[in-house]
Ligand binder design. Structure first.
Ligand SMILES: [Zn+2]
Ligand SMILES: [Zn+2]
Length: 416
């Protein structure tokens, strides 16, 4: 059996793993974000073996947004995913494509290829084992990171658990399911060897929002982080003395998430409905932005890395005034304005605050995963972590577990 790390190893972005066993298949095929463009896709295609199928962990662009390119290059195989992953993958590919147009760049694929991609999807619910190809059996388990996000459990020549992006602390998505054993584990290294105490991070985040003197901008993804931030503010309304404005896409996506009640926590359904109906969350009217800013408000809008979208527009209106605050709360890809701000390559007069919220597994969670599912594993690979975070995590885990834990890099192949 051979595992080829096509992307997302030693880096965060362009997640793609090629597995050659009984079947030959890809897990994910995403983009690496920089400002407005990715640097993805083309490389692995040069020597692409004949694929039997593709399987997708979840809809985020770093896992999906290059799939249309594969279709355009003639790959015509089933693509397995949960129903929400299918729906939101198409949305994400559309918005990725639009990004190129906004930045006046040539898109990597034709828009029509997104709709050709849509036809190839075969959806499977959580917990239902299915034969994906040539004797390879797959089951999706909840991974708690995004609506429909999955741990992909594979029975091929070996059993493989690809944990994708996984979170134990999500307000909306059900807790990851870990009642299985695997011989090979691919775990998430986003936070390296850091411990991310959820409650403390949320407390600091709220303090950060409420201490904003005038306007506060929280750039957030329209799906996932957008809802998480809104629910957090909803829980803390008594501490907030400003109007809250959110982008229309956050409310639209909340309604779309609510179409999948079986994929979200029962208690989250009420909270999301409350968000949709709440009079405290008003929709941003971009034509009246100047008026809103004059009064002072909290704005929650995409995109999270300030590459484009209403967040970038609002940022440009707020950045010169020291009484305004910008709060960045998640991963910021190299080359994006968000990252440049975080690394002080770009300076502004407004207050810049980095206040992370937890969306992935930290060191404690990864130890828990190994104890629960990988204590007899023959191989554990760290993916989805920039260096030196990935290597730090591998080193730290090796101190505790006498297992073959590695932090491979882009292009590495592991024969097993
Ligand atoms: Zn993700
Ligand atoms: Zn990801």
């Amino acid at each position: 059996m051979r595992l080829k790390c096509l992307g997302g190893f030693g880096e965060q972005g362009r997640s793609a793993l090629l597995v050659e066993g009984k079947s030959c298949f890809l897990v994910d095929y995403g983009v690496k974000k920089t400002v407005g463009e990715g640097i993805l896709g083309e490389l692995p295609l040069k020597n692409f073996p004949e694929l039997d199928f593709i399987v997708v962990t979840h809809a985020h662009q770093d896992h999906t947004a290059m799939l249309p390119l594969l279709v355009e290059k003639g790959i015509n195989v089933p693509i397995y995913a949960t129903p929400p992953t299918k729906e939101f993958t198409i949305t994400y590919c559309e918005s990725w494509h639009k990004n190129y147009e906004i930045h006046r760049l040539v898109p990597p694929y034709d828009k029509q290829s997104i709709y050709e991609l849509e036809k190839l999807f075969v959806t499977k619910p959580y917990f239902q084992e299915f034969e994906a190809g040539k004797g390879t059996l797959i089951t999706f388990f909840p991974s708690g990171h995004l609506v429909g996000s999955a741990i992909v459990y594979i029975k091929d020549e070996k059993t493989i658990a690809h944990f994708g992006d996984i979170n134990f602390n999500d307000a909306i998505n059900p807790k990851p399911y870990l009642d299985f054993d695997a011989e090979i584990g691919i775990i998430n290294g986003s936070y390296g060897d850091k411990i991310m105490p959820k409650e403390l991070l949320e407390k600091k985040f709220i303090e950060n929002v409420t201490s904003g003197r005038f306007n506060v901008l929280i750039p957030s993804a329209a799906l996932g982080r957008g809802q998480v931030v809104c629910l957090l503010l909803l829980e803390n309304l008594s501490k907030i003395d400003k109007e809250i404005y959110i982008s229309k896409s956050i409310i639209e996506n909340t309604k779309r998430v609510l179409k999948y009640p079986h994929y979200i926590k029962p208690e989250a359904i009420g909270m999301l409905n409350k968000l949709v109906d709440s009079p405290y969350f008003k929709i941003i009217d971009e034509s009246k932005l100047n008026d809103l800013i004059e009064k002072g408000a909290i704005f929650i809008a995409p995109d999270a890395m300030l590459s484009s979208g209403p967040a970038l527009k609002i940022f440009n209106l707020l950045k010169d005034q020291p009484q305004n605050k910008i709060i960045l709360s998640g991963f910021l890809a190299p080359g994006t304005l968000g990252r440049k701000l975080a690394e002080r390559e770009v300076s502004i007069n407004a207050v810049l605050s980095l206040s992370e919220l937890k969306v992935h597994t930290d060191l404690t969670d990864n130890k828990f995963i190994i104890n629960k599912t990988l204590s007899n594993a023959k191989l554990i690979l760290i993916h989805h972590g920039e260096e030196p975070k990935s290597t730090n995590l591998a080193n730290k885990l090796r101190e505790k577990f006498n297992l073959d834990i590695r932090s491979p890099h882009f292009g590495d192949a592991i024969i097993f």
